[in-house]
Design a protein around this ligand. Sequence first.
Ligand code: ATP
Length: 355
Amino acid sequence: MGPRLSTDERLASVVGRSPSIATLCSHSSLQIFHGARIEGLGAIGLCVGEPPRFYDAFPLARPDRFLSVPRVRDLPTLESPLRDAGAVIVPHGSFVEYLGPEAFGALDVPVFGNRAVLGWESDREKEREWLEAAGVPMPNRYADASEVDGPVIVKYYGAKGGKGFFLAKNREALADFHPTGPYVIQEYVLGTRYYMHFFYSPISDGGYRVGTGSLELLGMDRRDEANIDELYKLGAQEELLRAGLRPTFVVTGNVPVILRESLLPKAFEVAARIVEKSIELFGGMVGPFCVEGIMTEELEYKVFEISTRIVAGTNLFVSGSPYSDLIAPDLSTGRRIAQELKHARAAGRLAEVLS
Ligand code: ATP
């Protein structure tokens, strides 16, 4: 199932007018609406039931209007009012996850970025194929438990919300794993996690050149993950298991981080290769994406995941980060999205940033 309208038909709703930015009221919506407002674009909040009250507490990030549906799966019924309003949908993690990548990909409303990326990112196998083809170092994957020669993390396919992982310090400990569905066994990488917030513009001149445009680094965070991040207080995983608790990686918040400056070339190289390969495989990623990986003591950055849209860690940087401050003042990822839309419109190149 895909969209019924052709890309040209869909994009006709924004041509020749100032677009409004629409997104689901969750995740990074405050930042996205705030960015739209600073850049003088309209902002439409999509919500399930009553509009969330927290926008009243943040007047600079309140959308101009809300469109509400009774259930998430009814969001596609808003297609025509959204097109009538000249809306561009900005995807974020919760929006795509709640609606499902297929239903999201089928929306007949212009979407910021290339919706073809959804099929590559939401499937662990295809994501790996993409990153490996790009020559990006990743955690080793074991075809069988008998090959395991160190600590491992076992991930179910489509694991949701940080739960359902199994950690084993060695092959023997893996014997305690009793699968309840399809899974992969991955090397558990010992090191420090960095979630790097990049932005790829296919239409910008200057900057760090990749493909037809430029690659920007807008910020970096690390996630607070319960209960694994607090494990040290209990001494060891065995203690948790004895208490009947399994380690989980439920994200509860984010902390800002920066990388040793000498590691920046490596960060850009990895991100550039991911962008270049995306252009070759499916016409390219556009806009924000996050490279999620672990820096080892050998200073090798192993990527375990890529998120191809704005991530919630960018919420730390509503008024800029130590990286975006060196590009322009007060530049959040939300604002950068609004700018890209304006630049593309002014240059008559909307088709290159929307799908
Ligand atoms: P998401 O909600 O981001 O899609 P997911 O279910 O796809 O999550 P991952 O992002 O792959 O899961 O992993 C969740 C967490 O597990 C990471 O944030 C990281 O802390 C840890 N992790 C994942 N892979 C590894 C690895 N190979 N070695 C060590 N830690 C890892």
